[in-house]
Design a binder for this molecule. Structure first.
Ligand SMILES: Cc1ncc(COP(=O)(O)O)c(C=O)c1O
Length: 444
């Protein structure tokens, strides 16, 4: 495993940047930053000998990348590479070396003179990347041999339809059990009702999703085709700390917001899926891990590229043109995780990061109030609120100015949400903790 991480295939030599020290990369690439005054509304490529090819504005007022002026906010850029600490829930922060190496590969990948998004997904160079990613995923997640790893389109919500298309007919009753633990679980169960009979054996709606529900053995209906749960509830900040033993009933888990952040016994699951945009890659890609005997039960109406059997036919899981940029960046990210020490190290760091924030919330005498019962707290999304809306708004605005970006809670919940996925350095969370203490001193 370690050897693989240290010795990437010759086809992708530029990968060495991933293992550079964070600060040294940051200094070497200080040119990486958004420049609001040059970001175009309409743009054209220009090149000159003095300056390499770049995008120049042709007209219009200066805009930020989001198209909205942020004149005061994010003035501070405390993170390596002159960046902010990005707490967005997804798309989310990526390691700077991954971003930098991608920037190089966009113009010239592996010395081909063509960018990674320009070459064929069936070229030997690209297939080497895909093979490496599949191997790394298998190793990092310790996926047993009788499971297939599939690369799919469309992120988390598309997979919510893919699951019933492929599995609802696994047993003749065409029935599925959905545990309702929050917004994305509820959405999945709503989607499931279009394909079969959906039962909800357990939910935590009555307590406004401040916990994940208990799943008792007598809830496991043997006639059901699967039991579905969302392992980490991104909006609420809860997670299943343990998973039920469902025996012969296939357990399906949406792990979009915590894949590769915790050790897992994959053999307990029938299907695990994850949209890429939090811990894997830029949005648009999903990874599906499916037990082999669950492949081949798709409804006849299943679209080809949503059918596990079609995806599994190809050794590289390339049933059509995939989202090549996401696949490329996932490979870099997986190498980065491997180089850091793999999933056990990601888990250790996740517990340290979230532990610091939860300890601070608990010690704040009620100034910061968590939404979630302590035993159900997530490590990836820390949610809390302040005594009143005025202080909440002030907190969010001041944090933004301090370079602590995108801390606003989900629209359905409000408050603060710090999404601290694998790429968030401890320094970012320490800065947030210092900010929180200082804010309480001034406004408590
Ligand atoms: C747990 C979970 N599942 C599914 C989704 C939906 O993913 P997508 O936006 O890729 O469809 C999200 C999005 O944040 C999520 O957090």
């Amino acid at each position: 495993m370690a050897l693989l991480a240290l010795a990437p295939p010759l086809a992708v030599p530029a990968a060495t940047g991933i293992r550079c020290d964070f600060r040294c990369v940051a200094m070497a690439v200080a040119s990486w930053r958004w420049r609001p005054d040059t970001t175009p509304q309409r743009a054209e490529f220009m090149s000159s000998e003095a300056a390499p090819a770049q995008i120049r504005p042709t007209a219009g007022k200066a805009r930020t990348p989001a198209g909205k002026a942020r004149p005061e906010a994010a003035k501070a850029r405390p993170a390596p590479g002159n960046r902010v600490y990005n707490f967005n829930a997804g798309p989310s922060m990526m390691p700077l070396p991954v971003m930098e190496e991608t920037r190089e590969a966009l113009a010239d990948f592996a010395g081909l003179g063509a960018g990674v998004v320009e070459i064929s997904h069936r070229s030997p160079e690209f297939l080497a990347l895909v093979e490496e990613s599949l191997t790394l995923l298998r190793e990092l997640l310790e996926v047993p041999d009788h499971y297939r790893i599939l690369l799919a389109h469309g992120g988390g919500q598309l997979q919510m339809s893919v699951v019933p298309f492929n599995l609802i007919a696994y047993r003749p009753a065409r029935k599925a059990l959905y545990v309702d633990s929050g917004l994305f679980a509820a959405r999945a169960l709503d989607i499931g009702t279009r394909y079969g009979y959906v039962h909800v054996p357990a939910h935590s709606r009555d307590s406004d999703y401040d916990r994940v529900p208990e799943i008792e053995p007598d809830m496991l209906d043997p006639e059901a085709s699967y039991l579905y749960l969302c392992s980490n509830n991104t909006v609420m900040g809860t997670r299943f700390h343990t998973f039920p033993d469902t025996g012969a009933l296939p357990l399906v888990a949406d792990m979009t917001s915590e894949i590769l952040s915790r050790r897992l016994d994959v053999s307990r699951f029938g299907v695990i899926f994850a949209g890429a945009q939090k811990n894997l890659a830029p949005a648009g890609l999903a990874v599906v891990i499916v037990r082999e005997d669950l492949i081949g039960h798709a409804l006849p109406t299943t679209p080809r590229i949503m059918n596990y059997a079609e995806l599994a036919k190809d050794a590289h899981s390339l049933a059509n043109t995939p989202t090549t940029l996401s696949l490329y960046m996932m490979c870099l990210l997986l190498r980065w995780i491997a180089a850091q020490g793999g999933v056990p190290e990601m888990e250790r760091q996740a517990e340290r990061r979230s532990g610091l924030l939860y300890d601070l919330i608990d010690a704040s005498g009620g100034f910061y109030r968590g939404y979630v019962l302590p035993a159900h707290r997530a490590t990836m999304n820390v949610t809390f609120t302040l005594p009143d809306d005025e202080r909440l708004q002030r907190f969010l605005a001041e944090a933004d100015r301090a370079g602590l970006y995108a801390l606003k809670g989900h629209a359905s919940r409000g408050g603060v949400r710090a999404s601290i996925y694998n790429a968030m350095p401890m320094e970012g969370v320490e800065l947030l903790a210092d900010f929180m203490q200082d804010f309480q001193r001034r406004h408590g």
